[in-house]
Design a protein around this ligand. Structure first.
Ligand code: GEM
Ligand code: CA
Ligand code: CA
Ligand code: ZN
Length: 444
């Protein structure tokens, strides 16, 4: 349609923006409008609150059981994401809450571009930009990279697995490693972590001996974005919404979204480590794997069982924030439990501590923070016997940007994990080597 003059062009641009903003409209009344304190915007806007307490894991788990997400744990305080009624419930439980400022960015110089990051954070990749970067890297390094679409998100976006290995089109008898990113929408730095790893493997293969050996001796699966719908929703208005879940509707509720990291089919909903309310940030979903994105990835992992043996031996699920290396189980505070022997746990801890020594994160069992049920790392180990870790990336505090650190830190905070990731890849042929029990467990 040719536009006759400047006025028509202005009208058309306003019309286009209006349509796009309507599409980006809040999924619930509760979507927060950034830059304003949560309560003022609307009663169900999610905001962050600081709870001062020398909380023990049991008290933190009780707080998590209210359905809020715990974003930060320090010796004398917690930071949680909650809506106003959840904040009221926590106060009723006797906690003192201090509202924290919503993530604010200078308004974009141009009109807010919908479905994109604020211009100050243009270094982050939205879904289209990340897809283009992945395709560019796979094309540039086709000798060691092969991209598969393993399924679709609720809204129909591709969920992608990039295989990094020599002879990538063949399934070779090499230990496989799973790297998953972006289960939680607002944790955008984890997508940048995946893009960093693809660039690093692509650029350094054949030049850096450690990378070359890793790529030649392993089959590394990088899944850069498990929650593309949630990620796009979080930036749909051109600023940040503090969204965590996917965007799938919930029957009988006006509140959308399942917390994908409470929807995995191991001890799902067992232990008060998730919520039964669709309104909550930690809503576990209607059933295990009810989130289409979780089922897609779980089916992919199950598909890596060849002749009865799971080819994937180890993995990392990337989150933000808090700078932690976590290992299962999250559903119980016990170091060991059915399916987790003392040797299993010691191998998890030994490799976990070495990775943490490298990236400067804090290592611990995930339930030492608070109890969760239905998390990916519990499922990876409990159901598939994959040594699955959770990395909570930068920052360690809300003061350094919380879920929305400035794009200036992307290079520094993704490359910070280079050595830790290579350590896991190098240990993936026998995790028990880390506790001197290679003969007992890896002799075959
Ligand atoms: C965590 S990540 C999982 C950590 N597991 C336990 N038991 N703490 C979550 O899913 O709540 C935090 C995050 O989402 O980053
Ligand atoms: Ca190979
Ligand atoms: Ca293989
Ligand atoms: Zn997360």
């Amino acid at each position: 349609m040719r536009l006759r003059n400047r006025r028509d062009r202005r009208v058309a641009a306003a019309l286009a923006l209006g349509i796009a903003l309507a599409v980006a409209a809040p999924l619930t009344a509760g979507a927060s409008q950034p830059g304003r304190s949560p309560a003022a915007a609307d009663p169900e806007a999610v905001g962050q609150y600081e709870i001062r307490s020398k909380s023990a894991p049991s008290e933190r788990s009780a707080i998590a059981a209210t359905g809020v997400s715990i974003d930060e744990v320090k010796p004398d305080k917690l930071v949680v994401s909650a809506d106003r009624s959840q904040a009221r419930e926590l106060r009723t439980l006797g906690h003192e809450l201090k509202p924290l400022p919503a993530p604010s960015r200078e308004p974009s110089a141009s009109a807010a571009k919908v479905f994109d990051f604020p211009s100050a954070d243009a270094g982050y990749h939205n879904y289209a930009e990340a897809t283009a970067e992945i395709d560019r890297l796979v094309a540039a390094h086709s000798a060691i990279m092969h991209k598969q679409v393993i399924g679709k998100s609720y809204e129909g976006r591709d969920i992608v697995a990039v295989k990094v290995s020599d002879n990538p089109a063949s399934d070779e008898d090499e230990p496989e490693v799973l790297l998953t990113h972006h289960q939680h929408a607002r944790e955008h730095l984890t997508v940048e972590m995946a893009l960093y790893l693809l660039r690093e493997f692509g650029d350094d293969y054949g030049k850096d001996s450690r990378i070359t050996q890793a790529v030649a001796g392993r089959e590394i699966w990088i899944l850069p974005d498990l929650n593309p719908d949630g990620g796009e929703y979080d930036i749909a208005t051109g600023s940040y919404r503090m969204w965590r879940k996917n965007t799938q509707p919930n029957r009988g509720s006006s509140h959308r979204g399942t917390d994908m990291n409470r929807n995995w089919d191991y001890r799902w909903g067992c232990c008060n480590g998730s919520s039964t309310s669709p309104r909550d940030d930690t809503y576990r979903g209607a059933a295990p794997e009810s989130a289409p994105e979780v089922k897609v990835v779980a089916d992919f992992v199950r598909g890596r069982v060849v002749d009865g043996k799971q080819q994937i031996t180890a993995g990392i699920d990337f989150h933000t924030y808090s700078e932690l290396v976590l290992w299962p189980y999250g559903f119980t505070t016990g170091d060991t439990a059915p399916g987790m022997t003392r040797d299993d746990r010691d191998a998890f801890a030994a490799v976990g501590r070495k990775m943490a020594a490298s990236n400067g994160y804090k290592p611990m069992q995930s339930s030492d923070l608070y109890v969760t049920d239905g998390s990916i790392d519990d499922w990876l180990w409990g159901d598939q016997k994959v040594f699955g870790y959770t990395f909570e990336m930068y920052p360690s505090s809300n003061r350094d940007g919380g879920f929305y650190p400035p794009d200036e830190v992307i290079e520094r905070e993704t490359s910070r994990n280079r050595d830790a990731v290579l350590q896991l890849i190098e240990s993936a042929d026998c995790m028990y080597r880390s506790i001197g029990k290679e003969q007992q467990y890896c002799a075959d």
